[in-house]
Ligand binder design. Sequence first.
Ligand code: KG4
Ligand code: ZN
Length: 385
Amino acid sequence: MQILGIETSCDETAAAVVAETDDPARPWAIRSSVVASQVPIHREWGGVVPELASRQHVRDICGVVEKALEEADTGLDGLDAIAVTQGPGLVGSLLVGLSFAKSLAASRGLPLVPVHHLAGHIESLFLQHGPLPLPAIVLVVSGGHTNLYRVDAPGHYHPLSRTRDDAAGEAYDKVARLLGLGYPGGPVIDRLAKQGNDRAVDLPIARMTHADRNAPFDPGQFDFSFSGVKTAVLRYVKGRTAGEAARQAGRRGTVWAGAEPEGQALPAQDIADVCASFQRVVVEALLDRTFAAAERWHARSVGIAGGVSANSRLRADAAARGEAFGLPVYVPTIKLSTDNAAMIAAAGLRAFRAGVRADWRLNADASLDLAATTPPPSPSPHPGQ
Ligand code: KG4
Ligand code: ZN
């Protein structure tokens, strides 16, 4: 069976064809995966502009789907179903993919499968690595979410924690903006951090955990918080910028233009040090909770998915911790980490096999709840179900 996945929840227009295989170790194979990124459009504005995003999805969707079919060497006749991201995300963006998927499914008489965007990120791990040893603790860390899930059975995502304020990717993007590094912030901070000293700036890590590790389980104990570290970076940069501006004014008789992003006034080494220090505390916070949860629930593996899982330090530190804990750690390829439609097609295949279908009343839901969409246990004997 072969499924077309469509993803337009934020600023990437994506389509992919994923097929089932006969190999239980790798039950799904990517036949094609096409992503049209809108980053150059939104970069000019320092972040995603929802209205521009929906308009660009409308321009790109036909070409992206055509290309995905062409690269998979299939036509519409070769499809058995269509999976589409129903939410969460920007409602105008979601509506483009959803309306397209509904029209295509209706015109071809194909089943339509609604997919939760985060189920897609979780399934990116199964798509790439095949069935993970379960139970698995999966960290989904992206621009909009920072959540921990326990996966006890394929397709069953039990929520354990979330962020209480900013998502980790959002913190990366905000810190990059205040350093004058542009959008999106994750990749550039990741790159600059390699040249910095990660102990140069003393930044706080928010801790929710009770100091007594034997204390009764507190449901909030694995929650995340990143607004404090972002504010601490802002305070540090403001302090350093004031000093730097005064120093330069003394030397050249000029003062810094007030409209400049704070960080542009800092020397390059300082910026690299801020990036490295920020990244260290964010990665530590993510991995502390993830591995504490793995210990608490006797996990047999750890997975990390979502745009921030592309981060080089998060990947390296997670692998090192996994080794120390004796736990296998799974991450997707970089292409499967950030938004793509192959993960939506994979989650769609799983949901399809579990009997999930949408009717033509399906609507986009900007704040769709994953718990409400988790499919029931699959009757299918197909491997990986
Ligand atoms: O999953 P994704 O593509 O979209 C959402 O569902 O939000 O994640 C995008 C986020 C952005 O905040 C971006 O800055 C971050 O992932 N990101 C990274 C890296 N690459 C992308 N963050 C840290 N390091 C990276 N290398
Ligand atoms: Zn995403």
